[in-house]
Design a protein around this ligand. Structure first.
Ligand code: URP
Ligand code: ZN
Ligand code: ZN
Length: 459
């Protein structure tokens, strides 16, 4: 089915111009002025709107057994939420625990997504232990089209690896040309601080942030960078939350370490005061690294604007109120995670671009193009060009609305951004040429999504 998008203002990471776009067989085949089309294609008028490349969320959790429960979304609910918010591709963290077999887990994660996602997807493969089977299993997973790993320096005894395992993972990644993403917090310090706070009777959600202070994240970031430096592997710090950790990453970048940085929307637009509310209200805002003191947001936004922070993801990870209450007696038992897959693009557009703090091209780069380039999806994804997949977002900058649980598609019973106003939203979203969202409503096929095979490129 062909599609003609007329009169839009195309914006990519490095260009901005008015032109029509013609799509055939899932692909952009022509871009030009006043394009004529043979009879038959659907014609969409994008006058007064931007046409962006489909946005890419490089960090989501959908199927996730974690903290005695499971994250709430399915691929069906998460992908529809993603598409409503303009995200046409996500990369899910495949997260076995240390007790699980890596290859079996990879197959399980794939089976959860297959035929159930309305948008395209891939996985980062978590390495949560490094034993005699690990190298062969990881080689097989890379051959299957997964060109990025994930390690956790946090979550001792569950997902967390020790320094020896981190070294082995990075050394293998360097050989394979795979990029390693990392959750950077010092697991030992977190465990000790948690123990000591609980020992003092400090059990509420307001103690989550003090149990994982900024220095603990800065140490993890610096250690990851030092290991990258000495293995010459390429690395990507996920959900960097504070200025102290940013400084550690930037110091490594300055030394020539191949390190890239992601921030996520909760850290950019929420702060620790939300998690300081008593009881359930505070628990809704518990994630790791924690929401920080607001002063960090200026440093993060400045680094994002100048490109020192490379990408913006979500770390989407919904737990409902009943699940959050697992931690009513101890903040260490509150399932960690905040959803945001549906809100990411509109929040970034509203509170960074529309407020004059982020250039429109850097916005496209951080929310789409850079992730495509780092994770082996470019130029198939991440740009508007002849030959690219026709993943397109016709974005209405004149829309005005309010985020709310009552209108969300994410499978959860609260919205962490409840009441925040947005100035702009996708009016039409296509996945490989098929219209999946129209006027803010999902109208497409629930099984449209495909697993994206990715080649290693970090040699
Ligand atoms: O709190 C978080 N971030 N939950 C998801 C797991 C992780 O650390 O990414
Ligand atoms: Zn994490
Ligand atoms: Zn995560």
């Amino acid at each position: 089915m062909a599609l003609l998008i007329k009169n839009g203002e195309i914006v990519t990471a490095d260009s901005r111009y008015r032109a029509d776009i013609y799509v055939e067989n899932e692909t952009i085949t022509r871009i030009g002025q006043s394009l004529d089309a043979p009879p038959g294609p659907e014609v969409l008028d994008a006058a007064g709107k931007f046409v962006f490349p489909g946005f890419i969320d490089p960090h989501v959790h959908i199927y996730l057994p974690f903290m005695a429960t499971f994250a709430k979304d399915t691929h069906e609910t998460a992908s529809i939420a993603a598409l409503i918010g303009g995200t046409t591709t996500y990369i899910e963290m495949c997260c076995p625990s240390r007790q699980d077999d890596a290859l079996e887990s990879y197959r399980l994660w794939k089976s959860k997504a297959e035929g159930n996602s309305a948008c395209d997807y891939s996985f980062h493969m978590s390495v949560t232990k490094f034993d005699a089977n690990t190298e062969a299993q990881l080689r097989e997973i890379v051959r299957d089209g997964i060109s990025s790993f994930k390690i956790f320096l946090a979550y001792k005894n569950f997902f967390g690896v020790d320094d020896g395992e981190m070294y082995q993972t990075l050394a293998l990644a360097r050989q394979l040309g795979v990029i390693v993403t990392a959750h950077c917090e010092n697991a030992e310090l977190v465990a000790r601080l948690q123990e000591s706070l609980l020992g003092l009777g400090k059990t509420g959600p307001e103690w989550h942030e003090p149990s994982r202070p900024e220095s603990v994240e800065a140490e993890g970031t610096n250690r990851f960078a030092t290991f990258l430096e000495n293995t010459r592997a390429s690395g990507y710090v996920v959900h960097l939350s504070c200025e102290a950790a940013l400084k550690a990453a930037l110091a490594a970048k300055e030394r020539g370490v191949k390190i890239f940085v992601e921030s996520v929307v909760p850290h950019l637009f929420l702060d620790k005061s939300s998690a300081e509310s008593a009881g359930l209200e505070g628990m809704k805002y518990v994630m790791s690294p924690p929401l920080r003191d607001k002063r960090n947001q200026r440093a993060l936004l400045n680094a994002l604007a100048s490109g020192l922070i490379d990408t913006v993801g979500t770390d989407h990870c919904p737990f409902d109120r009943e699940q959050k209450l697992l931690g009513k007696d101890a903040f260490t038992q509150i399932p960690n995670g905040i959803p945001g897959i549906e809100e990411r693009v509109n929040l970034l557009y509203t509170y960074a671009v529309a407020r004059g703090n982020l250039d429109l091209h850097r916005f496209v780069d951080a929310a789409s193009t850079k992730a495509a380039k780092l994770f082996g999806l470019f130029p198939r994804k991440g740009t508007v060009a002849v030959g690219s997949d026709a993943d397109l977002v016709i974005y209405d900058p004149s829309y005005h609305g309010t985020l709310s649980v009552s209108t969300q598609h994410t499978n959860n019973d609260y919205n962490a951004f409840e009441g925040m106003e947005i100035d702009g939203r996708p009016s039409v979203v296509t996945v490989r040429g098929a219209v999946q969202v129209r006027d803010g409503k999902f109208v497409g096929a629930r099984d449209r999504g495909r697993l994206l095979k990715r080649e290693p490129l970090h040699f």
